[in-house]
Design a protein around this ligand. Structure first.
Ligand code: SF4
Length: 214
């Protein structure tokens, strides 16, 4: 897809939703980090059902570290992989207290060194909490990038790098939200809802679904 077409695609999403936001519930960089770690292979809605009670019980790294994996587990049992996530959240809270003065670090290397934090999670936190122009590629963005020709790639990192190159700099920070929301609600995995897609004119997908199922 030529750069001008890619820009038009993203600008169409931007025009339709000028102030996009994450759907995860969070209050500060710490609760954002925890919510994003919990959201791996789980929906934001599932995470949001658990986190208000968890964050009320442990709103800070100190309190979360004191709760520990055993104390965190009961709050998140309805989320996939909850045991591993309880362990990671307890350990990352402990690391924040011991190594970062109880604050979430604003650099990639330090974030990715925390238990349960990979490149995608670091990208989300750097983008939302620290205002950096990162592109976190989740399953929705990976599918969308390949399907519509915006950013074809074999790995999430390929798609990330291509999107960072193709996004106009003024749109890069919010593009993460636009693309996730578009993949989640319109360009869906099984059947994209092309008939109501605001970026349809700029999409290269050959098998567009141009009418809702009868
Ligand atoms: S036209 Fe269809 S395939 Fe293309 S981006 Fe929109 S929903 Fe996805």
């Amino acid at each position: 897809m030529p750069a001008a077409q890619a820009e038009s695609f993203i600008r169409a999403l931007a025009t339709a939703n000028p102030a996009p936001e994450t759907e995860l519930i969070y209050h500060d960089p710490f609760t954002l980090l925890v919510a994003v770690v919990l959201s791996a292979q789980a929906t934001d809605a599932a995470v949001n059902r658990c986190t208000p009670a968890l964050f009320a019980a442990a709103p800070t790294p100190e309190r979360m570290a004191a709760l520990g994996a055993e104390g965190i587990g009961p709050y998140i049992r309805s989320i996939g992989l909850w045991q591993a996530k309880a362990k990671n959240v307890g350990a990352l809270a402990r690391d924040l207290v011991d190594k970062h003065g109880g604050r979430v670090p604003g650099d990639r290397e330090a974030l990715e060194a925390l238990p349960g934090v990979g490149r995608k999670t670091a990208n989300v936190v750097l983008n939302i909490a620290f205002g950096q122009n990162t592109m976190a590629v989740d399953t929705h963005i990976f599918r969308l990038g390949n399907r519509c020709g915006l950013a074809p790639g074999k790995t999430p990192r390929d798609v990330e790098d291509m999107l960072v190159r193709r996004c106009p700099p003024d749109l890069l920070r919010d593009a993460h939200h636009w693309l996730i929301l578009h993949g989640r609600y319109v360009c869906k995995a099984r059947a994209p809802e092309c008939w109501r897609c605001v970026a349809r004119a700029f999409c290269n997908y050959r098998d567009k679904v141009l009418a809702p199922p009868a």
